[in-house]
Design a protein around this ligand. Structure first.
Ligand SMILES: [Ca+2]
Length: 131
């Protein structure tokens, strides 16, 4: 086996290990830009390197509030922080302090629910367009 082939095998083995550990990097099934109920919802993946990206869910409420849910580390759909813009002020909450912790826990629940709704909406759209 050549050195190049060995290296390729090592990289592939690493990628497979990551995949099986639940760190699959492809969240394209969640890509969305549209309405969920009354909310305007956008989900994007921002890639930086092959193994690094941010998953960002932006929700604009009917009253103008904007909530940004950010999964920045590990690409695991677990939020690192949430930013809330209300009345022209943006506040960032992380799980590292006593104020942020319960807010992030609630935000995680909302984030999971949006992810579920995006999947269902996209599935239904596809089925509808098949008819
Ligand atoms: Ca994360």
């Amino acid at each position: 086996m050549t050195i190049r082939k060995t290296l390729t095998s090592i990289v592939l083995a690493g990628a497979l290990a990551l995949g099986t550990a639940g760190c699959s990097k492809d969240h394209s099934q969640y890509k969305y830009d549209g309405k969920i109920g009354e909310d305007q919802v956008t989900f994007t993946e921002k890639g930086y390197f092959a193994f690094e990206d941010d998953n960002i869910l932006t929700v604009t409420k009917p009253d103008g509030r904007v909530i940004t849910y950010v999964d920045r580390l590990k690409d695991d759909l677990k939020l690192e922080y949430v930013e809330i813009t209300a009345n022209g002020q943006t506040t960032k909450y992380t799980a590292d302090d006593e104020v942020g912790k319960p807010i992030l826990e609630e935000a995680q629940k909302q984030f999971d629910a949006y992810m579920q709704q995006i999947k269902e909406t996209r599935t239904n759209q596809g089925l509808e367009n098949l008819k």
